[in-house]
Design a protein around this ligand. Structure first.
Ligand code: ZN
Length: 119
């Protein structure tokens, strides 16, 4: 296949892809959404060490290695069982529950300001 016909085919496929994304977006926007259980999907940035200056260059401004600890960014995800779109959030809100006259406040994911992601 020549490069020219490959380019033409890629262009056609891109146009088809964009049409399908638009159609999917439309269907998801008009969905009544039935959210499934919330899944905890934290983002974990592994610990690492910034090497610092070589030992032989030791002077007054010499910098040794710096350890950067692991970081966990909490995130939650919920998925619509009807259209398959989903939302993620890193925000929580207080939820008050009453049980045997006991009031409990717990943190629950807040999806109020999350945007709808279709794929
Ligand atoms: Zn939906």
């Amino acid at each position: 296949m020549s490069n020219q016909s490959l380019r033409k085919e890629i262009k056609n496929l891109e146009a088809e892809l964009n049409r399908k994304i638009l159609t999917l977006g439309k269907e998801c926007r008009f969905c009544q959404h039935n959210w499934s259980g919330i899944v905890y999907t934290p983002i974990i940035n592994e610990a690492y060490t910034i090497p610092g200056d070589p030992v032989e260059t030791r002077g007054s401004d010499w910098r040794g290695p710096v350890h950067v600890p692991q970081e966990t960014i909490p995130e939650w995800k919920r998925t619509c069982t009807l259209c398959g779109s989903f939302q993620t959030t890193r925000i929580t809100k207080d939820q008050v529950t009453h049980n045997n006259g006991l009031q409990t406040i717990s943190k629950v994911p807040d999806f109020k300001h999350s945007t709808l992601q279709i794929r």
